[in-house]
Design a protein around this ligand. Structure first.
Ligand SMILES: Cc1ncc(COP(=O)(O)O)c(C=O)c1O
Length: 377
């Protein structure tokens, strides 16, 4: 019988078991209570060419911590790309700031620099650039726009562990960057995240905000803040996974490459791009069907479900969601590319358990669906 094809899930080995067991047995007292948090923060930030790292309970809280650390508040505007997971934007609302959506680029699916610039006002304080599916936008152009307008660039690298733009690792762009170690991500701690920074004052502020507004080791709180502290046990798993980063990123790229090979002779379909100046860590292989097929993601997913095969929708435009008012008409007008691409895209299985037989089964099923739509797949 064919093994179940999983959409997402980690690759955990005996190596991780050993390190987690060490944390479980020894990581509770005195200076040992946070050793894995410290190792993980120090080595993960150095790997990304950053001075400081702060592990958090997840990536959403890392974004929140950074927005709070930058003093983004009531009435400030923060721009996000229209197509992303809600976590990129939700912390803006936590801070009672205003979320402004900008359209995405049709090729890399990340924020479109022109759309970004058009949305900047006097109230704009920051833009959260998202490296969607591991894809990289032109960071030089985006940074130049931010510098010219005096706004912060925040890099949401939740999906781009292992990616590079012009040889620079995802996570090194802007005033701060964030990563996710959710169960579905390239390296996992079950739930977990990391904030990377270069500015010492901002780091100290975010560190203070992370632990109830107190000086370390004291019970003397000078502000009411958050409790976004990491666990040493989770950090031990993250640290062990991090030591295997090349192996993990290679497997993600292998899945992507295998899918692309199956579709190399199929016209008018596209996958996560990798232009010459980009190395794509491909957290998840996504596929966009060209307009010539006249199909929607819902149709393809429905047909795959009938064949007992998994898939997920490409991220929805956020303005389409009830959470952001479901302003479809204005959203579509403002972000036509996001609405168009999202309607025609699906996520393919990207669990570390996915093998070549499963990729072949998925690919054949998709080709059959495309064939039935009149194109020669
Ligand atoms: C682009 C993006 N940003 C932020 C997050 C939030 O990550 P977490 O689930 O760790 O809070 C995710 C994770 O799903 C994501 O894909």
């Amino acid at each position: 019988m064919q093994k179940e094809i999983h959409m997402a899930g980690p690759w955990v080995t005996e190596f991780e078991e050993k390190i987690v067991l060490d944390a479980l047995r020894n990581g509770w007292y005195g200076k040992d209570a946070y050793t894995y948090v410290e190792k993980f923060e120090t080595e993960f930030s150095a790997y990304h060419g950053r001075k400081f790292g702060l592990m958090t309970p997840n990536c959403t809280t890392a974004i929140h911590l950074l927005l709070a650390g930058l003093n983004i508040k009531d009435g400030d505007e923060v721009i996000v790309p229209e197509c992303t997971w809600i976590a990129s934007a939700a912390p803006i609302t936590y801070q009672r700031a205003i979320t402004v959506f900008a359209d995405i680029d049709p090729v890399n699916w990340c924020i479109d620099p022109k759309a970004l610039e058009a949305k900047i006002t006097k109230k704009t304080k920051a833009v959260i650039v998202v490296d969607l599916y591991g894809n990289m936008p032109d960071m030089d152009v985006l940074q130049e726009i931010c510098d010219r307008h005096g706004i912060y660039l925040i890099e949401d690298a939740a999906e781009s562990l292992g990616s590079k733009f012009n040889g620079i690792r995802a996570g090194k762009f802007g005033v701060g960057s964030v990563f996710s170690f959710h169960r579905t991500k390239t390296i996992t701690t079950g739930e977990g995240g990391m904030l990377l920074l270069d500015d010492e004052k901002l780091y100290q502020r975010c560190k203070f905000l992370r632990d109830h507004g107190r000086a370390p080791g004291t019970y003397f709180n000078t502000e009411v803040t958050f409790k976004y502290m990491p666990s040493n046990l989770a950090a031990s798993l993250g640290y062990a996974q991090f030591l295997r980063i090349d192996e993990l990123v290679n497997k993600k790229r292998w899945i992507w490459q295998e899918f692309k090979n199956h579709f190399k002779d199929v016209p008018d379909v596209s996958f996560n791009p990798e232009p010459e100046n980009v190395f794509n860590g491909v957290w998840c292989t996504a596929m966009v069907f060209g307009k010539s097929y006249g199909i929607t993601k819902d149709y393809v997913m429905q047909e795959l479900t009938k064949a007992d095969l998994p898939s997920r929708p490409f991220f929805y435009p956020l303005t389409l969601l009830p959470a952001f008012g479901a302003n479809v008409e204005t959203g579509r007008k403002s972000s036509p590319v996001a609405y168009d691409i999202s309607e025609r895209g699906i996520n393919l299985p990207c669990a570390f358990t996915v093998d070549s037989d499963q990729i072949e089964i998925m690919s054949n099923a998709i080709k059959k669906i495309l064939n039935s739509c009149g194109k020669n797949a």
